[in-house]
Design a protein around this ligand. Structure first.
Ligand SMILES: [Fe+2]
Length: 656
């Protein structure tokens, strides 16, 4: 009997509290414009109240207080109400609506505070640890960042809800907490009216918005009722955007476009919908000046209309998309932008590492700097120089799959990963690595990519890049790759006549023989070069002729600090052929058509003639480099057992 009573009371309490919440707030409390020392809490009611915010670092002791005298109150314009000025009036909210905007200042940076909304002495939000806010770290300080990217979500329907729930479950499972929420536009279909904002944005995302600032870019659907030029409309009623550089960057003077800092990350938010997109326009001029000023190490830009897409829209054919590509992308890439998030096209498309793709139509020739999948567990992350270096490579992400119907018109040739399904993107930045994850509406990870920034990386466009239609690299005409003339040397990383560990190819070595972790202490040691005949070898392999054709070599090395990786290369004297591995990854194949070890096939003869050839490291080789100890492993091959000579003499150099 007692138990039944308790259950009844519990049900009654939870229902009555929920209803009380719904009755009081016509928009539940949400966060806006965070800086390293301040934040805004915004909510709406249908009636008058005496607004008070209490806050503190301890949920049980909300010591701080912001009283009504410091809380901006905005209302719907009532003909009988002459006291309200334009700046305080709401655009088309229901009659009687009051919007409260509480700014809390003088906060500690990089700190979590709990808060509650009060009407006088009456507490309106429950004592619940989900009512919190976090201030930004001080600009320029190192701090990890984790944020959510959503686009084209605002239907108020089931798929939008599933995408949101999938993100929340994933974060709960991984014990992750969002620092920011980025919306790339189209958050309130079909016209961004006040009512559509309430139902299809605020209600849908309420548990996330109460503790995470949504930094928005305006979509074309919001543009039906809100105007970027004057900053008036339901979109501008909903958001408090930093037009005066409150959160870093240069003042834009407009809420439609702005920038903000989070530690060492600089965000640029543009209005691609209804403002001048030309290089001479105010937005582009501000953008140039803002980028010049930033001292950040990461640059992230987002706006609604994608410069590259073949989803439900086509960037080769539509004006806003063409202009963002032709006019805005050159400015962003001159500033060293790392990643660009957009929406509008109802699809997920993620590019390879690109640069300079401004032509119409978009082609992949000459613009792809790395055609790998960017996956740390696949081809490896895209690598870039440390800091912001102009034209060092950009990843484009179209995330217009946040809730509305998805579709596809074709294949954008720069894309590496395309999914026609609802979902969102989670991004983490930790030190010098950015990782992006596309989570679909069922909570499945569909795409993972990363950008790693370290040292100096000089990229050049890849010939015949990977093709998203065939899913392969184009087949090149078979030719035997050979080295080039050895350039002037700045430094020998592995000298001639160095000591190597070696293993005779009378049998195959263990499968992991070329990996960093393999222990070669049982192998023989000898000075390079290795071989027989021709009188050009220090370690002479008398046993090789007529017995075996392969020799395996290993040597560790460490890179000098602060070098330009693009200047590293192998300088090798060889007869007849070889395959080189760096930390287990094949980086060079010379004179061997296929296979490796005992399975190597079609080995072409090549005489060493006491000369060396130079093989510069390509992007793949650079990506295989490790910061500390590296292992260079080489298998040298003779084209047949009865051959009269064999030589393998590898060195590693840094050219001038
Ligand atoms: Fe759109």
């Amino acid at each position: 009997m007692k138990n039944i009573h308790l259950i009844v009371i519990f049900c009654f309490l939870s229902i009555s509290f929920g209803q009380a919440g719904n009755n009081i707030f016509s928009r539940s409390p949400y966060l806006q414009l965070a800086t390293d020392s301040s934040i805004h809490i915004v909510w709406r009611t249908k009636t008058k109240m005496n607004p008070i915010i209490r806050f503190g670092k301890d949920m049980d002791e909300l010591n701080g207080k912001i009283g009504s005298e410091f809380i901006l109150e905005r209302r719907t314009v009532d003909e009988s109400d002459e006291s309200i000025n334009d700046a305080l009036s709401l655009f088309d909210a229901p009659k009687g609506t009051r919007q409260f905007e509480a700014k809390i200042s003088n906060l500690d940076s990089n700190s979590t505070y709990y808060y509650s909304v009060f009407d006088g002495e009456k507490r309106l939000t429950p004592k619940d640890s989900s009512y919190y806010f976090k201030t930004h770290p001080k600009p320029g300080t190192k701090s990890p960042l984790y944020f959510w990217v959503v686009g084209d979500s605002g239907t108020g329907g089931e798929n939008q809800a599933k995408v949101h729930t999938a993100m929340r479950k994933y974060n709960q499972f991984k014990n992750l907490e969002l620092d920011m929420y980025i919306h790339v536009g189209d958050m309130a279909y079909t016209s961004g009216t006040d009512g559509q904002f309430s139902e299809r944005f605020f209600k849908m995302y309420e548990p996330t918005l109460r503790n995470t600032v949504c930094w928005a870019a305006m979509g074309n659907h919001e543009g039906k009722t809100s105007k970027g030029e004057d900053g008036i409309g339901p979109y501008y009623d909903a958001y408090i955007c930093p037009k005066a550089a409150e959160a870093g960057g240069l003042p834009s003077g407009k809420e439609a476009y702005y920038s903000l800092d989070y530690g060492k990350v600089h965000f640029i938010v543009l209005d691609s919908h209804d403002l001048d997109r030309r290089p001479t326009g105010h937005m582009a001029q501000w953008l140039k000046a803002d980028i010049e000023k930033t001292k950040a190490e990461w640059l992230i830009a987002y706006f609604h209309h994608p410069p590259y897409t073949k989803g439900s829209h086509d960037s080769d054919k539509e004006q806003q998309l063409i202009e963002m590509r032709e006019h805005i992308m050159p400015i962003l890439e001159s500033g060293g932008v790392d990643i660009v998030f957009t929406g509008h096209s109802h699809i997920y498309e993620r590019s390879m590492l690109i640069n300079g793709a401004y032509a119409t139509p978009t082609v992949s020739e000459g613009v792809i700097l790395d055609d790998g999948d960017g996956n740390p567990n696949g081809d490896g992350p895209y690598i870039k120089s440390a800091g912001l270096v102009p034209h060092n490579g950009t990843v484009q992400v179209v995330a217009g799959h946040g809730g509305t119907n998805v579709s596809r018109k074709g294949t954008m040739p720069i894309m590496r990963s395309i999914f026609v399904e609802n979902g969102s993107v989670l991004v983490s930045i930790s030190d010098n690595v950015l990782t992006g994850t596309m989570l679909n509406l069922d909570g499945l990870i569909r795409d993972t990519f990363a950008i790693k920034k370290e040292g100096t990386v000089i990229h050049s466009p890849i010939e015949n890049p990977w093709n998203p239609v065939t899913g392969k690299k184009p087949i090149k005409k078979k030719s035997i790759s050979r080295g080039i003339k050895v350039p002037p040397v700045a430094q020998m990383i592995i000298r001639k006549n160095s000591q190597w560990a070696y293993f005779l190819g009378t049998e195959d070595p263990p499968e992991n023989w070329n990996m960093l972790a393999f222990n070669h202490s049982s192998w023989k040691k000898g000075e390079s070069g290795f071989g027989f005949g021709d009188d050009d070898d220090r370690t002479v392999l008398e046993s090789m002729k007529n017995k075996y054709t392969t020799l395996y070599l290993r040597r560790s090395f460490a890179l000098p600090e602060g070098i330009d990786y693009k200047k590293i290369g192998l300088v090798v004297s060889y007869d007849d052929a070889f395959i080189a591995y760096l930390n287990g990854k094949e980086i060079l194949r010379v004179g061997i058509e296929s296979g490796n070890g005992g399975g190597a096939r079609n080995i072409s003869p090549h005489e060493a003639e006491k000369t060396f050839e130079y093989f510069p490291f390509d992007t793949n080789a650079i990506k295989a480099l490790e910061g500390g100890v590296n292992i260079l492993a080489i298998e040298g091959h003779n084209h047949e057992k009865k051959s009269s000579d064999f030589t393998i003499h590898p060195t590693l150099i840094l050219k001038k």
